[in-house]
Design a protein around this ligand. Structure first.
Ligand code: HEC
Length: 136
């Protein structure tokens, strides 16, 4: 009996350890979006080694090195534009969706256009802030 209780406790501790690797709470929404929409290419650790990264002729960028590649400054607005599609990143627009449009379409069920726009911008911002939080 004691043994099975100990095993159960170990299981709980194991689960806690996994949770400890999660992003701090203020970035949890962005991390969830990231794992759903971006990790396949950019990798779960955002290091550019996603499962389908090999399909691209050009390397998929390491998103944890954006600030390092930009003299230590994280270009928040450029990253927002890269995600929402205004920067027209080839890897995102063809064959990949432009995320701003996709998020607007997701939000459009019954919302006024402004509501969908606001929801889409919120999701893009959460993603950009999450990426900012994981810079090396
Ligand atoms: C289908 C693969 C794919 C998916 C999915 C994808 N990306 Fe990308 N991403 C790329 C490729 C390829 C590039 C670089 C190509 C280029 O510069 O033209 C890139 C570039 C970027 C850049 C510019 C990085 C830099 O250093 O200039 C950012 C930021 C970015 N992606 C964020 C995201 C985010 C956030 C998501 C999820 C919402 C996402 N990407 C989803 C393939 C992908």
């Amino acid at each position: 009996m004691v043994r099975s209780w100990m095993l159960a406790a170990t299981g709980v501790l194991g689960a806690t350890a996994v949770l400890a690797q999660d992003a701090p709470q203020e970035y949890a929404v962005g991390q969830k979006e990231y794992l759903t929409a971006c990790a396949a290419c950019h990798g779960e650790e955002a290091d550019g080694n996603g499962e389908i990264a090999v399909m691209f002729k050009e390397p998929v960028p390491d998103l944890t090195g954006i600030a390092m590649r930009n003299d230590g400054v994280f270009p928040l607005l450029d990253v927002i534009h890269a995600i929402d599609g205004r920067a027209m990143i080839r890897g995102h627009g063809n064959p990949m969706p432009v995320f701003g449009n996709r998020f607007r379409a997701d939000a459009d069920g019954g919302n006024a256009l402004f509501g969908a726009e606001a929801i889409s911008r919120g999701r893009v911002l959460e993603l950009a802030l999450y990426i900012q939080s994981i810079q090396k």
